[in-house]
Design a protein around this ligand. Structure first.
Ligand code: SF4
Length: 754
């Protein structure tokens, strides 16, 4: 079930040859990231790729999807005609569980509320050979670390904290659903060759300092944008001295500096973790190719030569950090934090302290936090904040319950939440007397943007290690520094907390009764995918129609969008998230955030058939019903923002035939091409001004559509005049086939039908 050992054997067998070939190709020693990247090329290359410039096609080993993003990804995958996924893939039910009272009740409520989504995900996983982790099984990244991550591998996941698997030496990258569809369908996955940041860790963590403090410090140095387009590679004796789960925490939060992903080299700690999580065979195989799962020795000697940027952190001197509020890169060493709280007038009283999540719920994290909870009991300290514990997986939860750690938390009033995202993603029914009152919370999670945890703009959220979060929960006061300060116990005595202690790995091993895994059917051909025809959250997709083989004539201008038009303007999030698995329903948000260039209003455009003004989706539907194609015109960098495929699928669904803009955000442009849409740019950007509100539009030249060859757009204005303008495109041969077939998945389906 769990991992595909044959795939790992194959990869490792080919690894020495591929690494040597890459060394020859680049003519120098290699970093670890380069070894893994070049070992995962979709097709062999004879030329090297330029970091930060070249677009490269990769063949990842695995795909992981969480329940919110998996819905549309799998609905699309279904239409490609494959009997099963091309690479091992898993679905994890973690995002839809709301934290309210405690694990058992909250889980039962979620299973009831989201039944149709879970039934769909379970049945479609069963049919297409996808491992399904039920609600309550755990959070995607923790489950991946425990079961699937392996040194030297490459995976993509439809969640931004997928890089967590870098803790086991894997290049693991967060992507949108459309990318997951490509890889599951057997297509290449494209990424701009990342730049490399090296982080050299010297010394060794001790006392209150933890791996979390490493990444909180790095976030302070690099800021939330500093890792954009980069892989962060950690190395040095300090790296090798940290537990694999601690490494995972650091890689997880690489997302907070915008990094493509982060990675550590294979070492004894990883081997130990693989063995204790029932993967001794993987550890043994990895030992056999150990030198290829680490950077070349010369890289250690002279890192500046091989990385684009190098940072050095001495773990011997590292203080615990508290980052926030409102951004994870506002980094305060604990010795300076109390002063910052006072100077900035942040609420000193700590109302809720939350530990766990995918970022920090390892046995090490929990046992060290529990050692502090135990001290609170022994030293007769009252715990002043609300305190919650979110285990990252059932494996962790069961083990920490068996070992009495949950009981310790229970004794200080801790509430155990479901093994799910909960308060980390705003799925938290927080009890607060006045939602407008300024208040402080602290978590061991990763993100702390305004409203992220509880939806309240008044909440000041800070991020720290689970040890610091637990100590501050006991104090109930943000200005408490557990390294230096004392607390009054119930007898009125001043007592000090000792440094936390714990175990990297459970001394009695891990244990679990029911991990919550459902293996797919060996032959899924007879399995029926469960989608109720009356559901408003899920809808099976029909393949888009192929191109009719002629130029497109008589199109109506749907909207000329002015200024910024991001994927949020095109397909808004918030309340619409609920419909991410229902293309027709979510299409009612299409372009409702875009500004109409003719009246400066949002969601108000002229319907040329009726002459009336109305909502963009309703107007598009009117054209579609009348069998009239439409066209969207946009400004610069159209479609920037997230990689959400809905922003390309919705216009396609509502009969838009082309998007013509001054320039595209690249991912959105590719998404449009994949959905069989025409993505065009003005040859002369000033021609944007020539487009008028009542225009009827032809697109000419499609019968000889070819790479590098411009097309012509004719604008027929309502006063009888016309403008003929040149438009460009970036379609290659393959992408033109996608357009002709009506979408990339139709091309794959045709291959499987042949
Ligand atoms: Fe994302 Fe938080 Fe869930 Fe982790 S716990 S997967 S960061 S929402």
């Amino acid at each position: 079930m769990v991992f595909d050992i044959d795939m790992i054997k194959k990869l490792y067998a080919a690894l020495p040859g591929k690494v040597e070939a890459t060394r020859k190709l680049l003519g120098r020693p290699l970093t670890l990231a380069e070894k893994i990247l070049y070992a995962h090329l979709y097709a062999p290359t004879t030329s090297s790729y330029e970091r930060g410039k070249s677009y490269v096609e990769f063949a990842p080993d695995r795909v992981a999807m969480q329940d919110a993003t998996a819905q549309m990804a799998l609905l699309q995958f279904m239409t490609c005609g494959r009997a099963s996924v091309a690479v091992p893939s898993t679905v994890h039910c973690d995002h839809l569980i709301q934290a309210k009272t405690g694990a058992a009740e909250d889980l039962a409520t979620a299973i009831n509320t989201n039944k149709e989504v879970y039934d769909f995900l379970s049945s479609i996983s069963d049919k297409y050979g996808i491992g399904f982790w039920k609600p309550g099984a755990g959070i995607i990244h923790q489950v991946v670390l425990e079961n699937y991550a392996f040194p030297g591998g490459m995976m993509i996941g439809t969640d931004s904290h997928t890089p967590n698997a870098g803790g086991l030496g894997m290049l693991a990258i967060g992507v949108g659903g459309a990318d997951a569809v490509d890889v599951m369908a057997g297509l290449a996955w494209e990424l701009k060759m990342p730049k490399l940041i090296g982080v050299k860790l010297t010394g060794k963590l001790s006392g209150w300092a933890s791996p979390k403090d490493v990444i909180l410090r790095v976030a302070g140095i690099l800021t939330v944008k500093g890792g954009t387009g980069c892989i962060v590679e950690y190395f040095g004796e300090g790296a090798d001295s940290m537990s694999a789960t601690g490494k995972g925490t650091i890689c997880n939060m690489g997302a907070e500096i915008g990094a493509t992903c982060s990675v550590f080299a294979y070492d004894q700690k990883m081997s130990d973790y693989l063995k204790i999580t029932s993967r001794a065979e993987v550890a043994e195989l990895a030992d056999g190719v150990r030198e290829h799962l680490r950077p070349d020795e010369a890289v250690y000697q002279n890192p500046d030569k091989f990385y684009d940027q190098v940072i050095e952190i001495n773990l011997d001197e590292l203080e615990p950090y508290v980052n926030g509020p409102f951004t994870p890169d506002l980094a305060w060493p604990i010795s300076k934090f109390a002063q910052a709280v006072k100077e900035n007038n942040w609420p000193e009283k700590l109302e809720v302290a939350l530990i766990g999540s995918c970022t920090n719920s390892s046995y090490e994290d929990i046992s060290r936090s529990a050692s502090l909870a135990k001290q609170a009991i022994d030293k007769k300290l009252k715990v002043h904040s609300e305190f919650t514990i979110t285990p990252g997986s059932e494996l962790v939860r069961y083990t920490i319950e068996r070992d009495g750690l949950l009981n310790t938390f229970d004794q200080i009033g801790g509430v155990v939440l479901a093994n799910a995202c909960g308060p980390c993603i705003g799925q938290w029914a927080r009890h607060i007397d006045d939602p407008n009152r300024k208040n402080s919370i602290i978590t061991s999670f990763n993100r702390n943007f305004a409203k992220r945890n509880d939806g309240l703009a008044s909440t000041h959220a800070f991020v720290a290690s689970p040890e610091i979060v637990t100590a501050l929960a006991i104090a109930g006061d943000l200005t408490f520094n557990p390294l230096t300060d004392t607390l009054k116990n119930v007898n009125g005595e001043d007592v000090k907390l000792d440094e936390p202690t714990g175990f990297e790995l459970p001394p009695k091993g891990f244990d679990v009764k029911d991990a919550g895994y459902q293996a797919p059917a060996a032959d899924g051909s007879g399995v029926e995918v469960i989608v109720s025809p009356t559901s408003d959250r899920l809808q099976l997709l029909a393949p888009f129609k192929p191109w009719e083989g002629t130029d497109l004539k008589g199109l109506k201008l749907l909207i000329k969008a002015k200024g910024k038009c991001t994927t949020d303007h095109i397909s808004m999030a918030g309340p619409w998230l609920k419909y991410r698995g229902h293309l027709d329903n979510i299409s009612n948000n299409m372009l409702i955030g875009a500004i109409n260039a003719y009246n400066d209003k949002t969601d108000n455009v002229k319907n040329q058939l009726s002459g009336e003004y109305g909502a963009v989706p309703a107007t598009a539907r009117a054209y579609k019903a009348a069998n009239v194609g439409s066209i969207v015109v946009g400004d610069e960098n159209y479609g920037e923002g997230s990689s959400r495929e809905h922003a390309a699928m919705e216009p396609r669904h509502l009969g838009v035939r082309a998007i013509l803009v001054k320039s595209f955000a690249r991912i959105h442009e590719t998404n449009l091409k994949k959905q069989g849409m025409l993505a065009l740019t003005f040859n002369d950007k000033d021609d944007y001004e020539k487009v008028q509100e009542d225009d009827t539009i032809d697109i000419i030249g499609l019968t000889s559509f070819a790479p590098g060859k411009s097309l012509t757009v004719v604008l027929y204005h309502s006063n009888g005049t016309e403008d003929s303008i040149t438009v460009n495109h970036t379609y290659n041969e393959q992408q033109i086939e996608w357009f002709k077939a009506g979408g990339a998945l139709n091309v794959i389906r045709a291959q499987f039908a042949a």
